[in-house]
Write a protein that binds this ligand. Structure first.
Ligand SMILES: Nc1ncnc2c1ncn2[C@@H]1O[C@H](COP(=O)(O)OP(=O)(O)OP(=O)(O)O)[C@@H](O)[C@H]1O
Ligand SMILES: C[C@H](N)[C@H](N)CCCCCC(=O)O
Ligand SMILES: [Mg+2]
Length: 213
């Protein structure tokens, strides 16, 4: 099986949209290991991907009501997350989406980046395209490199910004594999379906190592 971990420079940067886009065109299964904010309107990434991409989605390992980090949302419900519950599901191609950014707490001593490492998956980083993204993206890349983890590259989401793309590629020594433009208010599923994956992203997916699920 081939799998990747979609993380981001922050919450709300477009991980779910990018995950749906990739899953749709890569014909992949989607998994959100830990979902928070289920009591809010945008707390169901799995439902969003099912609607946007029409691909199989697997049940989360953990779901929490509060729109908080998994660690805090669990605490508010008097629950604790056991990281050993995160076991990579089997599927020919799998898109795994984190919650928030890389250093979001999952337990008192386990961060989202540790989940990507436990699953032993390469990371695709979704970043905003606008002002502020260079710092956030380079910091996220540094966090991965400090742990010797694989960073496939970056997907920039929003109005294309060539100067930010060049800065990220140059200072981060990493590829921007795709730019997901700001989609309109119309049928997002149709817009994603009509937007082929750029060659660089498609090649990165094709070159992913087989992993044992
Ligand atoms: N390129 C884009 N075009 C249009 N809307 C976008 C784009 N990127 C993100 N959005 C919108 O911004 C909001 C947040 O995006 P999304 O849910 O993908 O964030 P996320 O990174 O998955 O957040 P979370 O950390 O909660 O999982 C959504 O309403 C989404 O549709
Ligand atoms: C609720 C939100 N949509 C995400 N699911 C969780 C984001 C946690 C962010 C924590 C933080 O970085 O401060
Ligand atoms: Mg999401």
């Amino acid at each position: 099986m081939k799998a990747l971990f979609v993380s981001g420079t922050d919450t709300g940067v477009g991980k779910t949209l990018a995950s749906a886009w990739i899953a749709r065109h890569w014909n992949a299964t989607y998994w959100k290991p830990a979902q928070t904010g289920t009591a809010t309107d945008d707390g169901d990434d799995s439902g969003s991907v099912a609607r946007l991409a029409g691909v199989p989605v697997l049940p989360e390992a953990f779901r929490f009501a509060a729109p908080e980090s998994p660690a805090r949302a669990a605490e508010l419900e008097g629950r604790r997350i056991d990281p050993t519950a995160f076991v990579l599901p089997r599927a020919p191609r799998l898109v795994v989406e984190g919650a928030g950014g890389l250093l979001v707490p999952v337990t008192d001593d386990f961060l989202m980046i540790d989940l990507a490492r436990r699953l032993d998956l390469p990371v695709l980083l979704v970043a905003r395209s606008g002002l502020g993204t260079i710092n956030h993206t380079l910091l996220s890349a540094e966090a991965l490199r400090a742990r010797g983890m694989r960073l496939l590259g970056v997907v920039m989401s929003g109005e294309p910004n060539a100067a930010n793309r060049v800065a990220i590629e140059r200072h981060g020594a990493l590829p921007v594999l795709a730019e997901l433009p700001r989609l309109g208010t119309g049928d997002l599923a149709a817009q994603l379906g009509a937007l082929p994956l750029p060659c660089a992203l498609r090649a990165a997916l094709d070159e992913l190592d087989e992993v044992a699920g």
